[in-house]
Design a protein around this ligand. Structure first.
Ligand SMILES: [Fe+2]
Length: 205
């Protein structure tokens, strides 16, 4: 008898760079705060769509085209994206991967990032710039959840591979990549300090 897993969902989690993350994050952190101060349109949008927090998602989502620090970040992330694509056995048919969007998320205390996915791209992810101790994790949902119908729930001691949700710690310097269709959320930030991350999308063209 054989029982094998099929159709897995791979999530990539790594240090962005082997060393120097603290210095790089300091630069990114300062720029994130400057962007928030400058981006009036984003402040307005966030008031309605990201209560209590700030995101440049709807106003300045091309930060990798505007700032040399973010360009540097893009180059670093793209190396990881290539590794991830190799793991996924994707054949790009001679086309290139391209970061299409890059934006800032700032979550003060109690701010939530509700369940969503990233349309119009194939690989997405987040880089953590500043994370308070015990910063809320990013939580992914089994993409087959809507198809479970009459299946019984999973046992409390269920193996990680069979869990219906997967959590990853938000830790400054860490990069997370996932396929853009994978739904995810961030629960309320319980810390007095802001949780700051940069999210992005990739397309192949
Ligand atoms: Fe997201």
């Amino acid at each position: 008898m054989t029982i094998r897993p099929w159709f897995p969902t791979f999530i990539y989690y790594a240090d962005l760079q082997p060393k120097g993350a603290a210095v790089f994050n300091r630069e990114l952190w300062e720029e994130c705060l400057q962007i928030r101060d400058y981006d009036r349109e984003g402040q307005r949008w966030s008031k309605n769509s990201y209560p209590g927090g700030y995101t440049s998602y709807a106003s300045m989502a091309n930060l990798h085209k505007l700032s040399s620090t973010f360009m540097d970040l893009e180059a670093k992330i793209t190396k990881h994206v290539h590794k991830y694509i190799r793991h996924l056995d994707m054949d790009l048919r001679g086309k290139k991967v391209e970061m299409t969007d890059c934006w800032v998320n700032i979550m003060p205390k109690q701010v939530v990032h509700s369940l969503h996915l990233h349309p119009l791209s194939f690989i997405s992810g987040t880089y953590y710039v500043r994370t308070p101790r015990n910063a809320s994790a990013i939580k992914f949902e089994d993409p087959r959840l809507s198809k479970f119908m009459a299946a019984p729930p999973k046992r409390a001691d269920c193996r990680p591979v069979n869990q219906t949700h997967a959590k990853y710690k938000a830790e400054a310097g860490k990069l997370i990549l996932f396929e853009s269709w994978l739904r995810h959320e961030v629960s309320a930030n319980q810390s007095e300090e802001e949780r700051i991350s940069i999210s992005f999308n990739y397309d192949w063209r």
